[in-house]
Design a protein around this ligand. Structure first.
Ligand code: SPV
Ligand code: MN
Length: 615
C-alpha cells in the first residue's frame, strides 16, 4: 500500500505508523475494513509489553475488570447468560450451504451478511484494540501469526497473558505472513457493563478467509480469538500441511534417573486435563501443535498462559495452581465471588464459605436461592482464572523452545462412568486412533451451555472445535501415524464409578502417568486384553507404593480394570452407528472397530471379565 492510499486513512497517525511498519497489504485491508465497519472512535495498535500495561489499565478504567486485594489480581464478570461456550451461536461458514456432519455450519454468504450487520458501528465511541501474537514460540517452524481486533480491553488483556505478543515478528516477517484474523465486539452493554444482546451473540468462523467474527459476547471461550476460535482455523492448516493442531495439554513426566518424558493429552473440558498437566512439568494445559521433525513427533504449546477452571481448586489437590492464585502476580479471575475484603472465593476452595459477596449475578449471600428455591452457588461452575505460564513453579524450561519437545505418548481421556478402564495402552497407532480417540464419549460438563451429565460423542475431545469433516479428520490422523514410529497412544478415565461411587481418587492419576512413562521406555509389562494393553497388577502395586505410598489391593485392581464386555460392545455399536452416517470414512476405521468387537465376543458373552483372567 502507498502511504497516500485510502486504506487506513481514518486511523490516527500513531496507529497508522505502527501498522504500515508491517508490510502486508492483506493485513492493511483487513484492518481498514474493520475500522470502516465497526466505526471506533480510536484505534490502538499494541506493540508489546509497555502497551500491554496500558491495555490492562484501560480494562480497569472501563470497568471491564476491577482490582482485587492481592497485587496484580483483577475480577471480570460476564453476563449470567454468557458464562460458557455458546455452541448454538457458533458456526463454521461454508460456501453454497455446504454441511458437515456433527458440526454447526452456516451458509457463508448469509453468515457474513448477518455478522457484518451485527458488527456495523459496534465500536462507536470505543477504542479498537489491535494486537499481534505468535501461536507457538517466536521464530519456531511450528508457529503461526495472528492478529486480534477487539473493543474489549479485557479480551486483549487476556490475550496478552495467554499468548506471546509478536508485533516485532509481524514487522520482521511482513509480506510473507498469512495472518489468522479475529474480530470481536462486545456489542451494546448493559448498566453493569455486560453484553446486553445475548440473543444476538454470534461466533462465525470463516475458513476460506481464515477470519473469525465474534459479537455480543464477552465470555473468554467465545471472545478470545486465539483460543478456541483459532483452533478451528489451525485444524485446517494442519490438515493441509500434514501436522496436527490439537485440544491437548503438553507436559513432561519425570521418570527414573532424572529422565523427562513428554506427553500430550486430549480431554473434554472439565475432565481432569489441567489437573493432570499440573502433576508433572508443565508446558501447556489446553492446546498443542504436533509435527514430524527428523523422524520423531515433536510438539509445542501455541499458548503462553492458562485459562483454567477454578471450581474445586484447593491447596491439597491442586497445590501448584492454588499457589499461583494466592500470590501477587498477574491474574484475571472471572465469574467467581468477590468477598467484602477484596478477596475471591469459589466453590471448592478450602476456606470457609463467606457470608456474602458479589458475583456475576450481583449481590450474593449464603443461602441465596433462585426462583425455584435451589441454592445459588457463590461462583459459576465454569468460573475461570487467567494467568501466565511463567507464574507456575513447575513450568518446564522447554516450553518456549522453538524446536518443541519429543512426544513419547498421546493420551485421550474421557469422563465415563461405566465402560472404560482407568488406563490402557493401544496396540498400535491405528487401534488407538479408532477405538480410543475417535470413539471418545464423555459426560457433558458446565464448560458448554446445556445440561451437564449426558453422554456425548466427542472424538479426540475436539468435536466442538472441528471445522472439517470427521472422515477427513480421522483419515488425516491415521495417515499422520505413518510418518515414522509414532508416539504410543493411551486412554484414561478418571471417572469410573460403581454404585455411584468413584473407583479412583484424584491422585491416582500420578500412578497412571508413571505407568505410561515406564511403558514408553519399555520398562513395565502389560496384559493383553481385547481392548488394549492393561497394566499388570504387580506393577501397579509397586507404583502405588512408590508414587503415592499407598497399598493397592487386588480387589481395587479387579474392580477398576475389569473388562466391561457388554458395555464395550454397546459402545462399539453406538460408534459404528455414528460413523456409518458419515460419508467418506476409511475402511481401516471400520476394520479396527470390527476387530475389537471380535476380540470381545471371544470372551463368550459374559458381561464383565476380571483382568486377572488375562494375566
Ligand atoms: C474448554 O472449555 O475446553 C476451555 C475453555 O479450554 S474455552 O476457552 O471456553 O474453550
Ligand atoms: Mn479446552
Amino acid at each position: 500500500m502507498q502511504e497516500n492510499d485510502e486504506a487506513l486513512r481514518e486511523i490516527n497517525e500513531e496507529a497508522r505508523r505502527r501498522l504500515l511498519a508491517i508490510r502486508n497489504e492483506e493485513l492493511w485491508r483487513f484492518i481498514d475494513a474493520a475500522v470502516r465497519l465497526c466505526n471506533p472512535s480510536n484505534v490502538f495498535v499494541s506493540t508489546g509489553d509497555e502497551d500491554a500495561r496500558r491495555v490492562r489499565e484501560d480494562a480497569l478504567r472501563s470497568g471491564e475488570e476491577r482490582r482485587l486485594r492481592i497485587e496484580g489480581h483483577t475480577i471480570h464478570f460476564d453476563s449470567p447468560l454468557d458464562q460458557a461456550r455458546a455452541r448454538e451461536d457458533t458456526a463454521i461458514l461454508l460456501p453454497n450451504g455446504e454441511k458437515l456432519p456433527f458440526i454447526r455450519t452456516k451458509d457463508r454468504e448469509e453468515g457474513l451478511k448477518e455478522i457484518t450487520e451485527l458488527l456495523r458501528d459496534s465500536m462507536r465511541g470505543r477504542t479498537m484494540y489491535v494486537g499481534f501474537y505468535s501461536l507457538g514460540p517466536k521464530g519456531s517452524p511450528f508457529s503461526l501469526l495472528a492478529v486480534q481486533i477487539t473493543d474489549s480491553a479485557y479480551v486483549m488483556h487476556s490475550e496478552n497473558i495467554l499468548y506471546r505478543q509478536a508485533y516485532d515478528e509481524a514487522v520482521r516477517l511482513g509480506a510473507g505472513v498469512k495472518f489468522l484474523k479475529f474480530i470481536h465486539s462486545q456489542g451494546e452493554l448493559d448498566e453493569m457493563g455486560r453484553s446486553r444482546n445475548i440473543s444476538k451473540r454470534r461466533i462465525y468462523i470463516d475458513p476460506m478467509d481464515e477470519t473469525v467474527y465474534s459479537v455480543n459476547t464477552q465470555y473468554g471461550g467465545n471472545s478470545i480469538g486465539l483460543k478456541k476460535l483459532a483452533l478451528r482455523l489451525t485444524v485446517r492448516r494442519a490438515m493441509r500441511e500434514g501436522w496436527l493442531s490439537e485440544h491437548m495439554f503438553l507436559m513432561g513426566v519425570e521418570g527414573p534417573g532424572g529422565r523427562v518424558t513428554y506427553l500430550t493429552g486430549a480431554f473434554p473440558s472439565m475432565s481432569g486435563k489441567t489437573s493432570t498437566a499440573m502433576m508433572g512439568r508443565l508446558l501447556g494445559d489446553d492446546l498443542a501443535y504436533l509435527r514430524w521433525v527428523n523422524g520423531e513427533v515433536r510438539a509445542v504449546n501455541p499458548e503462553a498462559g492458562v485459562f483454567g477452571i477454578i471450581e474445586g481448586i484447593n491447596s491439597k489437590d491442586d497445590p501448584v495452581i492454588f499457589d499461583v492464585l494466592s500470590r501477587p502476580g498477574e491474574a484475571i479471575f472471572s465469574n467467581v465471588l468477590v468477598t467484602e475484603d477484596g478477596g475471591v472465593y469459589w466453590s471448592g476452595k478450602d476456606e470457609p464459605e463467606p457470608e456474602r459477596g458479589v458475583n456475576y449475578a450481583g449481590e450474593w449471600w449464603r443461602g441465596k436461592t433462585d426462583d425455584k428455591g435451589n441454592p445459588i452457588p457463590p461462583s459459576h461452575p465454569n468460573a475461570r482464572f487467567t494467568v501466565p505460564l511463567k507464574s507456575f513453579k513447575n513450568l518446564d524450561p522447554a516450553y518456549d523452545d522453538p524446536s518443541g519437545v519429543k512426544v513419547g505418548g498421546v493420551i485421550f481421556g474421557s469422563r465415563d462412568p461405566d465402560t472404560f478402564v482407568p488406563v490402557v495402552e493401544a496396540f498400535d497407532w491405528r487401534h488407538g486412533v479408532v477405538t480410543i480417540a475417535a470413539s471418545l464419549e464423555s459426560e457433558r460438563t458446565a464448560a458448554v451451555i446445556g445440561r451437564a451429565g449426558e453422554r456425548e460423542f466427542n472424538p479426540m475431545a475436539i468435536l466442538d472445535f472441528l471445522s472439517v469433516s470427521l472422515s477427513d479428520y480421522v483419515s488425516h490422523y491415521l495417515r499422520f501415524g505413518e510418518g515414522g514410529t509414532p508416539p504410543k497412544i493411551f486412554g484414561v478415565n478418571y471417572f469410573l464409578r460403581r454404585n455411584g461411587a468413584f473407583l479412583n481418587s484424584k491422585e491416582d492419576k500420578r500412578v497412571w502417568l508413571a505407568w505410561m512413562e515406564r511403558r514408553i521406555h519399555g520398562e513395565a509389562g502389560a496384559v493383553r486384553t481385547p481392548i488394549g494393553l492393561l497394566p499388570r497388577y504387580g506393577d501397579l502395586r509397586q507404583l502405588f507404593k512408590s508414587v503415592l505410598g499407598k497399598e493397592y489391593g487386588e480387589e481395587d485392581y479387579a474392580a477398576q480394570f475389569s473388562i466391561r464386555v457388554k458395555k464395550h460392545l454397546e459402545k462399539i455399536e453406538r460408534i459404528r452407528g455414528i460413523y456409518s452416517s458419515i460419508p467418506g470414512m476409511p475402511k481401516a476405521f471400520f476394520d479396527a472397530l470390527e476387530e475389537q468387537r471380535g476380540r470381545l465376543l471371544e470372551l463368550g458373552g459374559r458381561d464383565e471379565v476380571s483382568p486377572f483372567e488375562f494375566q
